[in-house]
Design a protein around this ligand. Structure first.
Ligand code: GDP
Ligand code: GDP
Length: 437
């Protein structure tokens, strides 16, 4: 994790999110391309004059709330301040100085952090000049007038900010860190599991409570593992209006899945694998995500030495051919095997991101093909010449073949199974394409 952290604070509507987006703009495209997702989040990564940094956006969470100093929100803002190296305190030259600005200034004075007073929306000369009124806040002798919208003044601001960063920072702080979604039908124990993970250690980058945005990404270090949860909002929202929850939780879980690398699909041990579970697993498989099956509430099952094996076997039979994922029998309530779940998540992530060298792939798979060549189609001999893995977010292989259209489903299945036997792709959907050379 980079220690170069900027947080943007200020009352609602001053332009925090606009500045946030501007600061992370270029890097965002790069980072999102790598994972193949687009994200909507409260922290992002920026770069200025070869220094890399993290930006925390505290905007967007107070819509509809007058009292931004209400306990929970205030706590989140203060956590963001605590975690950051530099604070950007944003005010608005269009509306001028307000009481809320003064309150914010008082909060900031309690911290021993470098604070930059940023007067936004200063596109016109008039607003630019009116920024002088913010000296009254007593936040030092420099006011940075900018326009987050046009980018005016942001260069000078960043020049000053990066002087606080001693090291160059990390170019891609999320490389190699899995993003994890927790899925499962209502009541299976998702919130309890999330709380067990989150309760273990606090986040490295703050998440913001009560947000109006759908997905929140929070980075954690728990049980010795470093990971990002793609949805933690559900925990806190639990107590709110019922219908709302139903609707948003469906939307949110779709989004959390989309934005994850690996998803933990929770299954209720007392109910067994049901249609709804299979549909969730199917969604994850279709989206080419890594999958770990977590059979929860194992404490409630009466068992002997064979119970887990039998349970696993039955599940795998029902899931076939979608039955390549590891299964962990756990109990969140009794804190049993939570660590193993996270360990499997890491393994599956490795399987999902590994690359098989072309020569090894060809040696191994040509031998398998020689043992059982593709059946000829109407006298047409099908020849698989060679194969490569392509650099995509989930394992994808191209088999260069004569008459690729005539390679049939059972033979594809044969190849997939041989791939799984020879290379560990446990928990990972793999994709095979057949192309004419
Ligand atoms: P936040 O609540 O502090 O995160 O503020 P937003 O970034 O959501 O911006 C609030 C409003 O101010 C939006 O309508 C923005 O389009 C507008 N805004 C943000 N930055 C600028 C700016 O530099 N100039 C002008 N004129 N409007 C801006
Ligand atoms: P969610 O709807 O998937 O978020 O499920 P919750 O986390 O709210 O859990 C639903 C209920 O199952 C709660 O009463 C939990 O206490 C209970 N629960 C969760 N995990 C376990 C477990 O491992 N064992 C037992 N016995 N109960 C559990």
């Amino acid at each position: 994790m980079s220690t170069n952290i900027i947080c943007i604070v200020g009352r609602p509507n001053v332009g925090k999110s606009t500045l946030f987006n501007r600061l992370i703009e270029e890097r965002k495209a790069i980072m999102d391309n790598q994972s193949g997702v687009t994200r909507d989040r409260h922290y992002g990564y920026g770069e200025w004059t070869d220094k890399y940094f993290t930006v925390i956006d505290t905007g967007g969470y107070v819509v509809g709330s007058e009292d931004i100093f209400e306990g929970a929100i205030r706590e989140q803002v203060e956590r963001a301040i605590e975690e950051s190296t530099v604070v950007l305190f944003m005010v608005d030259t269009m509306t001028g100085l307000t009481e809320l600005d003064k309150e914010f200034a008082n909060v900031l004075r309690r911290y021993d952090k470098p604070v930059y007073l940023v007067a936004n929306k200063a596109e016109t000369t008039e607003r630019h000049q009116s920024a002088a009124e913010f000296y009254e806040l007593g936040m030092g002798d420099e006011i940075y007038t900018i326009s987050a919208q046009t980018g005016f003044g942001t260069g000078d601001l960043l020049d000053a900010v990066v002087t606080h960063f001693e090291d160059p920072g990390i170019e891609n702080p999320e490389a190699g860190i899995p993003r994890v979604a927790i899925m499962g039908r209502p009541n299976v124990g998702k919130s309890s599991f999330l709380n067990a993970l989150i309760g273990a250690e606090r986040s490295i980058v703050t998440d913001i409570a009560g947000t109006t945005r759908d997905a929140i990404h929070t980075r954690y270090k728990a049980f010795g593992k470093d990971f990002i949860l793609t949805d933690t909002a559900g925990i806190r929202r639990k107590s709110r209006v019922k219908e709302d929850i139903e609707f948003y939780s469906t939307l949110r879980s779709v989004k959390a899945l989309e934005e994850s690398d690996v998803c933990v699909v929770m299954i209720d041990a007392t109910l067994g694998l049901e249609g709804q579970d299979i549909s969730i697993i199917g969604q994850a498989d279709k989206a080419k995500k890594g999958i770990v099956l977590m059979v929860n509430k194992w404490d409630l099952v009466e068992k002997d030495t064979k119970t887990a094996d039998t349970f696993r076997k039955q599940m795998m039979e029902r899931l076939a051919p979608m039955n390549y994922m590891p299964v962990i029998f756990a109990s969140v309530v009794e804190k049993q095997r939570i660590y193993q779940v996270m360990e499997k998540v890491m393994e599956v992530y490795e399987n999902k991101t590994k690359r098989i060298p072309t020569s090894k792939l060809n040696d191994v798979m040509q031998a398998e093909i020689a043992k059982y060549p593709p059946p000829a189609h109407r006298g047409k001999y099908i020849n698989i010449k060679y194969m490569i893995q392509v650099p995509t977010p989930s394992p994808t292989f191209i088999f260069f073949t004569s008459h690729p259209k005539h390679v049939k489903e059972p033979y594809m299945r044969y190849l997939e199974n041989r791939m799984r036997e020879n290379f560990d792709f446990s928990g990972v959907p793999i994709t095979l394409f057949f192309r004419e050379k």
